[in-house]
Design a binder for this molecule. Structure first.
Ligand code: ADE
Length: 225
């Protein structure tokens, strides 16, 4: 899968060199590239923002640098999923991660300030081969879309075949079924600071263990609602 992040802070994406995603990149399972929005500006100051029409606090990112940056991607790839990060977008979840994991090229538009001129999304919604998704990672406001893009890239990458060493671990995972959080897990030693591992897990009775895990997962899901 190709992944491109457009940002005024491409350095934000250096953690993608680490751990499983870093390895997936060396194995060419993920082809990640960040591009600097300022490279697509036309003035000496490399301006990317302007005051909002209609007034109000803060600055808005101008459409033209985004248009040029996204067009440069479309020159090489005609099919992209364009993800515009915004606290006003639809809420990201595991279903959306699964949907995006089937894409061939994810392009993240990481806005800063008060967001990106709304015409960017409107324009690309009308371009053949481009699917536009406006996504929020939660009901809070970040300084920009970069951290949100990192969250989505991590959730999506681990669903790409070959990225996770043991694909069976994906099946048992939290959020695989709506509302079902994963059961609690334990490892050695069996007693730690007076706390014992639940007896059933030491019993070797796989039927009982499965039942206990299902009940615990259900209990946790109810607690978190
Ligand atoms: N940009 C600022 N806040 C955000 C959020 N919660 N989700 C996605 N992008 C954002």
């Amino acid at each position: 899968m190709k992944v491109t992040a457009i940002s005024v802070f491409p350095e934000y994406f250096s953690p993608l060199e680490l751990s499983l995603i870093g390895k997936a990149r060396t194995q060419s399972l993920i082809d990640f590239r960040s591009i600097n929005l300022r490279d697509y500006t036309a003035d000496n100051h490399h301006s990317v923002d302007g005051t909002p029409y209609g007034g109000g606090a803060g600055m808005v990112m101008m459409a033209e640098p985004w248009g040029k940056a996204i067009d440069s991607i479309l020159e090489k790839d005609e099919e992209i999923d364009l993800i515009i990060l915004s606290p006003a977008g639809s809420k990201f979840n595991q279903r959306r991660a699964e949907q995006l994991s089937r894409a061939s090229h994810l392009v993240f538009a990481c806005g800063r300030y008060e967001g990106i001129d709304a015409r960017v999304g409107d324009y690309y919604r009308g371009v053949k081969g481009v699917r536009v998704h406006e996504i929020s990672i939660g009901d809070y406001v970040l300084n920009g879309g970069e951290v949100a893009a990192l969250v989505i890239i991590e959730a999506v990458s681990r669903l790409i075949p070959g990225v996770i060493g043991n694909p069976a671990s994906l099946d048992e995972e939290s959020h695989n079924e709506v509302g079902a959080l994963e059961y609690p897990t334990f490892t050695k030693p069996a007693k730690w600071r007076d706390l014992d591992v639940p007896e059933v897990l030491l019993s070797g009775n796989h039927g009982q263990i499965k039942k206990w895990r299902q009940e615990e997962a259900k209990r946790r899901s109810n607690l978190s609602q």
